[in-house]
Write a protein that binds this ligand. Structure first.
Ligand SMILES: [Zn+2]
Length: 299
């Protein structure tokens, strides 16, 4: 049972403690839990990073899921709200299908860069604290999208409620998030950016289904990024070479011989087949639609 904390998705207080993380950035000692009901990973206290961190560190670029969104939804000639649009990489894909995009981001420098790309989009700079205030947009949208954002959000149901209000009838809600069963986590090489105060929650399929059901959306499509050979290769090679005696690690010829012996391509392919049953791709993509009636978050 919890010491006062609850799962931010299903509100259950039954959780297993899975770790502790002392942040060197804000001095907070976070406790890490896994909800026993929906399997969401979450931290306590749920205190996010200062917005100044993201101004300097946020990465924007092409993502696997951009093309998948349109392959699944087939949306064209529609209106899309993208929250956290960055430099407009997703907007370019949306424009290829003649969709008009309203992009919002709190980083005025990337908003400027996005505007200069000549995209069919209205790009708006909103304060970090106002990134869920979409009431200024009069027309409802056919799709609301946000990529690698939900894991940063403290009040998930409040945020999804704002998204719901911005959607037209039958509109799509689309989001992606790092999958908590990806190779780097499985091999205990979790990235530093995956800890609080940057990521406050860690998602898998069960938690995604739960949050949609509780916030009035119907799941249409759930997909894992393909498991890339390079991710397995890097993790398996690094983990195993560390186990070799120091004398072999320090001798270039012994090291090379051990490497080829253990990691010939056929052996790696065989290994990939086995581990792909327990390891997910890096990202989870979720596509949903507004449910038949607005039910609101159910505690
Ligand atoms: Zn839960």
């Amino acid at each position: 049972m919890s010491d006062g904390h609850r799962c931010p998705v299903c509100f259950s207080d039954a959780a297993t403690k899975i770790g502790q993380h002392a942040s060197s950035e804000n001095g907070i000692n976070y406790s890490l839990y896994e909800c026993e009901n929906c399997r969401l990973g979450y931290c306590d206290p749920p205190v996010p990073a200062e917005s100044s961190y993201y101004r300097d560190m946020e990465w924007y670029g092409e993502r696997w899921e951009f093309q998948r969104v349109f392959a699944v939804t087939q949306l064209s000639n529609g209106s899309i709200l993208e929250i956290g649009c960055g430099e407009g990489h997703f907007i370019r894909h949306a424009n290829e299908r003649r969709n008009h995009v309203v992009g919002v981001d709190f980083n005025d420098e990337v908003v400027d860069r996005c505007r200069r790309r000549g995209l069919d989009a209205d790009v708006v700079c909103l304060d970090y604290d106002r990134m869920k205030d979409f009431s200024c947009f009069q027309k409802p949208f056919d799709m609301v999208v946000f990529f690698h954002l939900i894991e940063h959000i403290e009040n998930i149901h409040e945020f999804l409620g704002c998204c719901r209000k911005a959607l037209a009838e039958n509109g799509f809600l689309v989001f992606s998030t790092p999958d908590r069963s990806r190779a780097n986590v499985y091999f205990r090489r979790r990235e530093t950016w995956d800890y609080p105060p940057h990521h406050l929650t860690w998602w898998g399929e069960t938690a995604a289904r739960e949050v949609l059901q509780r916030s009035g959306f119907e799941l249409c499509h759930l997909e894992n990024e393909p498991l890339y050979f390079r991710d397995i290769h890097r993790n398996v090679v690094s983990s195993t070479l560390e186990l070799l005696p120091k004398t072999i690690q320090g001798n270039a010829w012994c090291f090379r011989a051990a490497y080829y012996l253990m990691f010939s391509r056929s052996a790696l392919l065989y290994l990939s087949n086995i581990v792909s049953r327990t390891i997910s791709g890096n990202t989870l993509l979720v596509i949903a639609r507004l449910g038949p009636e607005s039910v609101g978050p159910k505690a």
